[in-house]
Design a protein around this ligand. Structure first.
Ligand SMILES: [Zn+2]
Ligand SMILES: [Zn+2]
Length: 165
C-alpha cells in the first residue's frame, strides 16, 4: 500500500520515479515498447494525485509544437491499464497510476475522497475472498475486480472536525 495520494504529495515522494522505473522494467521483461507517448501519459498521471481523464492528459501533453489527440492518449491508457501500470476509476472515467506491486487479477479497493479528490488504493484479502465466493455462487465471471468507495479521507475528516471545534 502506498501513501494516501493526497493533493499535496504528488511530487517528491518517490511515487513518480517509482512508477516510471516499474514501467521500464516491465516493458523490458515483456518485450513491449515503452514509447514516448506511453511514457509521457504515465508521467502525467503519476504526477497528478487526482485521477485524470484522457482529455486532461491530452491537453497537458499538448503544447505549441506538439498536438496530442485524446484518441492517442486513450490507446496509451489502454496499454498502461492492461499492464497494470494505471488503473481506471470507472465512477470518474479517469485514471490513476499504480506504483506498487500486486497481481493483475487481484481485487483492488479505491477509497475516493469527495472533499480533496485524493484516491487511496488498497488491496483487501478479506474482501477479495468474500467477493470470490459471491461471484462463484452467482456463476459470474468478472472482467475486473475493482471496488470504488466514495467518502471522506482521514485527513479531510480531521480538518473538518477541527474547523467545527
Ligand atoms: Zn495498483
Ligand atoms: Zn480528502
Amino acid at each position: 500500500m502506498h501513501d494516501h495520494a493526497g493533493p499535496a504529495q504528488a511530487e517528491g515522494c518517490g511515487h513518480v520515479p517509482a512508477a516510471i522505473a516499474r514501467a521500464e522494467q516491465l516493458c523490458r521483461e515483456r518485450a513491449l515498447h515503452f514509447t514516448k507517448l506511453r511514457h509521457d501519459v504515465l508521467l502525467a498521471v503519476a504526477e497528478t494525485a487526482r485521477p485524470m481523464g484522457a482529455y486532461d492528459i491530452a491537453e497537458r501533453l499538448s503544447g505549441p509544437d506538439r498536438r496530442v489527440a485524446a484518441v492517442s492518449v486513450y490507446r496509451a491508457l489502454d496499454f498502461l491499464t492492461e499492464n497494470g501500470l494505471v488503473h481506471r476509476i470507472a465512477s470518474r472515467n479517469a485514471f490513476v497510476s499504480c506504483a506498487h506491486e500486486h497481481d493483475a487479477g487481484e481485487g483492488l479497493v479505491f477509497l475516493i475522497c469527495r472533499s480533496c479528490g485524493g484516491i487511496d488504493e488498497t488491496t483487501s484479502p478479506e474482501i477479495e475472498a468474500g467477493l470470490g465466493r459471491t461471484l462463484e455462487r452467482a456463476g459470474f465471471r468478472p472482467a475486473s475486480r475493482i471496488l470504488e468507495v466514495e467518502g471522506e479521507c482521514g485527513a479531510c475528516h480531521e480538518r473538518h472536525a477541527q474547523a467545527s471545534r
